[in-house]
Design a binder for this molecule. Structure first.
Ligand SMILES: Cc1ncc(COP(=O)(O)O)c(C=O)c1O
Length: 576
């Protein structure tokens, strides 16, 4: 037998795991000198990816992880098509335009999207417009940039300064908005969110900060932190007031960041909670971004930027090139991009229709409500046993039936559950303050770590309350100081997506309960070597149980929730 390290000795029948790739140093910095067997390369990479988290159990992400097999086939069939090559792949381009038209219609744009020819023939014809993007990040930048350039154009025409454009955003917007402001040299006027205001911005706050340099105000449908909705209609009304104010008269566009909520609100069950006014029906809503790859139910790589009126995009933003052998004019940050996800979006529109989206969204909302109800009704009892004492003297109840979590979002509007830890040393059933977070035995971050042992990825983070920087006027004078004087509020957020079943929701609740039991027992035990601790969980109706019979109780509880419509059961259970 020759040396197994001799490359020449490898033959077609050398087993995959006997091949060079598995013997050599892992190629990380330099491209290998020689080629490798495709089967071995596939296994090599696939095996390493086993260490990634499981996308279905990743409750942190809003992004779709599962599609129909037919959609997968369509995607595979079209992986090699470059979307930008519109003349060659003109059916793909047509399908993109169909998706845009369907979205404009869904979001109540007053005008259909006209063809390029119709727009060229009549420069003043009203037309909605839209384009595909890699995701909401690119989409919202395109929308915001068009507002900035439009503002500049107007200011120039009025002979006014145009060197200090700003955007008005809440302190909880997605980080992409900060990117946009920094990349495109736009000031940010922050609006702090607060607990009193249910972690969204208010129309009055918008009124206070808008000025003549505001290129657009941003309202979010489905914020990244809690999934709540900013009050878009009330903000619109304030902007209409400002426009009609004889002193101010600023026509400030409202952009709706509907990255997640854009595909939720049109499909909610409006028998439960009335439908919100948030889209192009509102006078000042001029642009909307939405992620196809979130609740548009397509895999990562597709977002949509939509305009109520095409003519509000300054011409200079459309760039024309003939490099692909034909003239094409585009407004995008990318050039080449895949076609497959555009086609997958169209697949979903045809496959699901409005009713299909409604059934998925309403199911997800009901699961999120069950999750919130289940977590909100967990109660904790902890007893202490003194190793050196006997009989009754050895046992002390540290606390009994304490609510563990408060639910801080309203899952009637968005399929997510957001909770904060309720446990305090002072025995009150109030939410934690900053001091409690620093002093309590463990935090939501520790619970999140424990949940990872059951493969769940549940993010824990502090709400962006304290970070609000000072608000300055155009001469750099501070008109509102930085808002540092607020307690930190740490939360855990679970986005409920396709792939999560009712059974998995009850298991997650059970895993939460197990995590809390373990943390209470372990951390207290470490702190007090002469004592042992026993923690147990009950649900709101005082059904005491240990970690082992928890599954049964969790299931019973959830069955109870299922039998009752979400609203009634919440009242019956008394959960928050
Ligand atoms: C409200 C909001 N806006 C924008 C984005 C960025 O979207 P994308 O990841 O599609 O680029 C997100 C992402 O989660 C978001 O939640």
């Amino acid at each position: 037998m020759g040396n197994i390290n001799d490359i020449e000795l490898q033959t077609a029948s050398t087993p995959t795991y006997g091949r060079n790739l598995f013997r050599e140093e892992v190629p990380t910095d330099k491209m290998p000198d020689i080629e490798h067997d495709p089967q071995a390369v596939y296994r090599f990479i696939r095996d390493e990816l086993q260490l990634d988290g499981n996308p279905t159990l990743n409750m942190a992400s809003f992004v779709t992880t599962v599609m129909d097999e037919e959609a997968n086939q369509l995607i595979r069939d079209n992986l090699g098509k470059n979307y930008i090559d519109g003349e060659v792949y003109n059916r793909t381009l047509e399908i993109e335009q169909r998706c845009v038209r369907m979205l404009l219609d869904l979001f109540n744009a007053p005008h259909n999207m006209k063809t390029a020819q119709e727009l060229a023939d009549d420069k003043h014809i009203e037309s909605g417009w839209g384009t595909v993007a890699i995701g909401s990040s690119e989409a919202l930048m395109l929308c915001a940039l068009s507002h900035k350039e439009q503002w500049k154009k107007k200011r120039k025409a009025q002979g006014k300064s145009f060197d200090k454009p700003n955007i008005v955003i809440g302190s909880d917007v997605h980080i992409t908005w900060v990117k946009y402001a920094q990349y495109f040299d736009v000031d940010i006027k922050w609006i702090p969110i607060s607990e009193e205001n249910n972690f969204v911005i208010s129309a009055n706050q918008v009124r206070e900060v808008v000025d003549e340099n505001t290129t657009c105000v941003v309202a979010v449908m489905g914020t990244s932190y809690t999934g709540q909705n900013d009050p878009v209609e009330a903000i619109n009304d304030v902007l209409v007031d400002i426009k009609n104010d004889s002193q101010k008269g600023w026509d400030v566009p409202l952009h709706v960041d509907g990255a997640s909520g854009g595909f939720i609100e049109p499909f909610r069950d409006d028998n439960q909670v009335h439908r919100l006014n948030w889209d192009f029906k509102l006078e000042q809503v001029k642009t909307i971004n939405v992620s196809g790859h979130k609740f548009g139910l397509v895999y990562p790589g597709v977002g949509w930027a939509l305009w109520k009126n095409f003519h509000e995009i300054p011409d200079k933003l459309f760039i024309t090139t003939n490099v692909l052998g034909f003239d094409e004019s585009t407004y995008s940050l990318n050039f080449s991009r895949g076609s497959a996800m555009v086609l997958a979006q169209y697949y979903n529109f045809l496959r699901l229709g409005k009713r299909g989206y409604g059934s998925v969204v309403q199911n997800l909302m009901s699961l999120a409500q069950d999750l919130s109800n289940g977590l909100g009704s967990l109660r904790l009892t902890v007893t202490e046993h003194d190793k050196n004492a006997h009989g009754d003297a050895a046992k002390r109840v540290v606390f009994k039936d304490k609510p563990i979590f408060s639910v801080i979002n309203n899952a009637d509007y968005f399929p997510a559950s957001v909770v904060r830890l309720n446990l305090r040393y002072d025995g009150q059933d109030k939410p934690l303050t900053n001091d409690d977070i620093e002093n309590y035995l463990y935090s939501v971050h520790d619970i999140s770590d424990k949940l990872k042992q059951s493969n769940w990825v549940v993010p824990a983070f502090t709400m962006p309350l304290e970070k609000t920087p000072p608000i300055k006027d155009k001469n750099d004078n501070v008109i509102k100081p930085a808002n540092h004087d607020v307690p930190a509020i740490a939360v855990m957020r679970m986005v409920v997506k396709e792939g999560i079943s009712r059974d998995m929701v009850s298991i997650l609740i059970q895993n939460y309960a197990d995590a809390v039991i373990k943390l209470e027992e372990q951390v207290r035990g470490i702190q007090n070597a002469d004592k042992t601790y026993k923690a147990s969980i009950s649900f709101e109706e005082e059904v005491a149980c240990s970690a082992t019979d928890l599954v049964e109780v969790a299931c019973l509880k959830l069955k109870h929730i299922q039998k009752n419509p979400a609203k009634t059961s919440r009242v019956a259970l008394g959960a928050k």
